[in-house]
Ligand binder design. Sequence first.
Ligand SMILES: [Zn+2]
Length: 509
Amino acid sequence: MKKYYICSVLFLLTCGVMHLRAQEADAWTMSRMRLRTHVSFLASDSLAGRLIGTEGNLIAGEYIADCFADAGLDEYNGTGYFHYFDVKLPSAVPDIPLAVIEGCNVIGVLPGTDPVLKAEFIVIGAHYDHLGKATRGSGEKQSIYNGADDNASGTAVLIELAGKLQEKGGLARTVVFAAFDGEEQGLLGSKQFLIDSLFPRESIRIMISLDMVGYYRTSGVLKILGTGTLDDARALLPKTKALRVRFIPYEISPFSATDTKPFASAGIPTLHITTGSSSPYHKEEDESEKVDYEGLTAVTNYVQNLVTALGKHTSLTPSGNYAVIHHVPSSLFSWGPAWALGTNRFVHTKGALEGKTAFYASLGADFRFLWKGFLELNPGIGVEYVGARHAPYPGSSYMNQMHMLALGVPLSLRVYFPEFNKLPVGVYAWATTYYRYYLAGQTFDPGFVFTDVFRRHEWGLGLGLGVRASVFQVGFETRWGMTGLFRPGVLQGYNVKNSTQTIRFSYFF
Ligand SMILES: [Zn+2]
C-alpha cells in the first residue's frame, strides 16, 4: 500500500515537472514565433526599408503602436503612442534649401507598482527606422535595405518584452518602451525624446538600447556595453548559462553610435545591448530569413531578467563615469607650446661620411584638430637647432661639429586610444611628415658658406608614441630624412641624410 502511495506521488511529481517543462517549451516556441512575425513584417519589402518620413516607416510605427496596445501598455501622454517631431533635411529643390519632414517615436509605458519607485523610469529603446531604398537603380530595379538585424530585431525584442513584463504584472519602477525614429539620420528620435522632456530627465535611472540583437548564432556573444556607467552594475546584472554574455564597461567605437548617446551625454547611465555587427551591416542582404530567432528568443529572456533586476533594485546610481565618445565634442580645436629635445645624426646612404649623434632641440607651437575624441590632425611650427658630428672626409677619425638652425613644419596624424582616454592618463600614437627649411649653418671653418654645400630644404617621415596626462603630452618620436642634405654636385658619390630622435613635450590651452 505504502509502496503504491510513493509510486503515485512520484508519478504525479514527474507529471508536474513534465507539464511545467512543456509549458516552458510552449512559451519559448510562442515567443520565438512572435519575434519572427515582428521581424518578418518590419523587414519586409512592403515597408521599403522604413526610412524616416516615408510611408513604410509610418506603417512600421502603426504596427508597433498596435503591438503596444495589445501588450496593454499605457499611452505615454495619455492620448497616444506617437511622439511626432519635425526634421529639417537638405531639400532636392534648389529654391528651398531645407525640407521639413515628420519623424515619429512610438512610446508606451508600463507603470511602476511601487508607490515610491514608480516615479523613477527605465527607458528601453530600439530604433525602428532604417535606410530605405538604395539610391542607385530606379523603379522595380531599385533594391531595398530591409534592415532585419538593424534594427527590426531590437524592435521585435522591445515589443515582446512589453508583453512579457506586462504579463508579470509590471516592475517596481516605471518602464518606458520607446521605438525611436531617425536613428540612422543621426539619433534624431532619441535626441528629441530628451529635448521634449517627455519624462523628467533627472528621474530616468537608466537607458537601455537594443540595437542589432539578431545574430547570436554567428557572433556567439551578447554584448552589454556601458556597465561602467552604473554603480555596481556587474553585481546587479543577471548571469545566465543560456547565453555567453560579455559585460563591457564603455562603448568605445567612435564609428558606431546608438540611441544611448544622447542619454549618456545627459549624464544618464546607459547600456547598449547587441550581438555585434556580424550581420550584413547596412547592406541589402540584411534580410529577415537570416536572423537567428532561437538566439533572439534567448536574448529576449535575458533582457527580461536584466530589466526585472534593474526594475526592483532599491537604488540605481550613476557611477559618474562615461565613455569618452559620449562626452567629447564631435570636433575640437586647441593649440599650445611644444618643445623637443633629443639627438640628430647623419646617416650615410651612399659613400662613407658616417656621422655620430649630436644634440637636437626645437621650440614652437602645436595646433590640434581633434575629431570625435580619438583622431587628431596636428600641424606645428617651430625653430629647430640641428647639430651634426661627422668625419670631414672618408676615413677621418676627427669629427667635425656642425650647428644648423632651421624652421620646421611638422604635420602629424595622431590616434588616441579611446579605451585609455576615459582615464586622466591616455596613450596615443602618431605618424608625421615634416619639412625643414635651413636658415643657417656653421662649422669650425670661418670661411664656410652653408648654402654652397647644403640644400636649404629637407623633408622626411616620422613615427611616435606618447602618453597624455590632462593637458600635458610627452612622447618619443623618430624622424627619418627622405632627402639628401648636400647640394647636387657637391661631394659626388656621397649621399647623406638626417635622422632625429626626440622626446617631445606639449601643452594645450
Ligand atoms: Zn542600428
